[in-house]
Design a protein around this ligand. Sequence first.
Ligand code: ADP
Length: 466
Amino acid sequence: MKRKLSNQFLRNFLVIFFLTILDTVLAFILLSFSSGLISGSLAKNRYPASAIIKEDYKQIDASAVVQNGGGVQVVDKEYRVVYSSGLDTIGKDKLTAGEFTTFLTESKSKSYHYDILYHPKGEFWLIVTFPTSIRLDFSMVYNKEAAAGDFMRAGGAIAFVMFIYLLILALSTFIYSRITAASITVPLRKLCDGTRLLREGDYSVRVDLRLKNEFAELQNTFNDMAARIEHEISMREKSEEDRRRLILDISHDLKNPMSSIQGYAELLIKKKDMVEQEREEHLEVILNNCKRANRLLTELFELSQMDSPEFSLKLARTDICEYIRQICGELVPQLEREGFKYEFDIIEESVSVMMDTDRFSRIIQNLANNAVRYNPQGTLVSVSLMVENNQVVIDFGDDGIGIPAHLADNIFKPFVRVDNSRNSKTGGSGLGLSIAKKIAQAHGGDLTLCLNGNKGSTFRITVPTT
Ligand code: ADP
């Protein structure tokens, strides 16, 4: 691609090169034409000395020259200025021979045009002076009578100068075409390299062109695209990893109860002479394991239901203070039965929120069950409700064994439990908090674990007010 673009640029610049030569030739022709045009129109050429000279200098009519800004002087053979009219650049009445010679030789380079003519009969010099306006001395002089060797030398010098001129022009055309092409091909190459690396799976690639033109826009778009792809890929990898872990956890958690059910059922079939009490104990183990497997599958179903696009809440405007007060009332018998202390602090106001009361009660019920299941008797369970920045904040806490701070985020992931051995005894699936968080988020709020350094654990539920 680089070569193609560079060659394209070279071709374009060669066209410019030839156009420049053409322009130069045209410029020379125009210059010579305008030189002729100007010289014909100038006063100095309209009133030359030869046009006004007379044998008797006294009869010379200098009026036209003077009217056009010029002057006429007559110098006799003694170098005296015997006649002067209009512009006078001699400034003396009498000159020495040396002064007159100097005047004659230097008259070419001054900013005046002198036309000097000697009248042999009258023995005087007629000097017609005009101020120089524009000087355009462009003309080619060709004289057939000149020596042939001179022609050769002059022609050779002109050809050499032309050759050098064309060489410099061609070289600068080539260098300029390469520089211009590079301003396109270098950023393009960097972008191509970046795209290739991206295609090969290096999503961390970014392009830095250090430019401020359209390429910079392209660079920003490319970098944005690469960053987005990198983010998407890492998200996909993470969700793939989560999915793999979930399947592993499900199979692991289902394996134990299912093997236990199978083992005890086989034992019941094989051992015909089993005493009634032993038989009932085995059946109870089977029942408990069935319940555990059933609970796990029900919760898994609930969790996947909430991830499906069809999932929706049955929202209704509800006074959340009244609702939480009622739920707390329903928790009292359970807490008392388990030997737990409790305190509730719910503001005496009516705060309305849009909520699915059935689903929302699942959050509170799960937090209450956990508080009772994982903490010793005598633990204080507290529920408070307040409104902060258009948000209802419900804190559900206990002063029990607590949850380690490093698990604050992960505890809401499926199958994450503080202590697996302890939970297998309590029958926890590790799905309750995941479900509760998803319900809170579906309400536009959240469920988080507060790390306030207090004893025990405090969960915070937030829901926006309407
Ligand atoms: P599980 O079905 O195991 O209870 P959860 O998602 O509801 O699943 O809880 C995850 C883990 O968090 C529990 O296994 C337990 O280790 C810990 N946990 C939850 N609530 C409390 C609490 N109030 N006190 C101590 N640990 C808790």
